[in-house]
Design a protein around this ligand. Sequence first.
Ligand SMILES: N[C@@H](CCC(=O)N[C@@H](CS)C(=O)NCC(=O)O)C(=O)O
Length: 191
Amino acid sequence: MLTLYDAPRCPYCARARIALAEKGLEYEVIEIDLSDRPRWIYEKNPTGRVPVIEEDAWLLPESSVILEYLEERYPEPALLPPDPADRALARVWIFRHDDFTKPYYALRREEEGAAEKFDEQLAKLEDALSRQAWLTGAEYGLADIAYVPWVLRARDMLGVSLDGFPAVRDWLARLEERPAVAREVETVAAL
Ligand SMILES: N[C@@H](CCC(=O)N[C@@H](CS)C(=O)NCC(=O)O)C(=O)O
C-alpha cells in the first residue's frame, strides 16, 4: 500500500497527488501540519519536508524524483513520451523548474520587481506552449504536472492574470478538464 505524507497547500505535494491520480493508484494520505510539523516526519525525510511517499516501509522524498519513480514503477498510463529524445526534453522542463518558482515565491513575499520576473517565466511557458500542446511534448505528462500547481496558485491565490499568455491560459483550461487537476483546483479554492 502506498502512503503519501501530504499537505494540501504544498504545490510539491500537488505534483505527487496529480501523478498518483493519473496513474489511478489508491493511497493513504497522512496530512502534515506544516506550521506544526510532527518530530517523526524527520524519520520519514531528514529535511522534514513533504511530499514523501512510503511503500512497504520504503521511503521516497523529493517531488520530481517521486514523479519519475511513479512513472517507472507504474508505467500505465504513460506520462512521459515513448521516444528518449522527447523524454529528455520533458525532463529539462522539470530540471529547470526552480527558475519558474523563484519569482513565484518572490511574488508571494511581495518583493519588488517579482511580478515582472514571474511574467518573464510565464512568457517562456507561452513560447513553448505556442509551439507544442503540452510542456511534456505532443501529449500531456510529467512536465505539465510539475508546473501546473504553481500556475494554478499564481492565478487563484496571487491574482496573476494569464490574459497576456493565451497559450498558457488554454493549456491550463485543458488541464482543468482532467479530474486529477480539477481536484487540485478545488483544493486550492479551499486553502
Ligand atoms: N524539493 C522538495 C521541496 C518540498 C518542499 O519545500 N515542501 C514544503 C511544503 S510546500 C515543506 O515541506 N516545507 C517545510 C520546510 O521547508 O521546512 C520537493 O520537490 O519535494
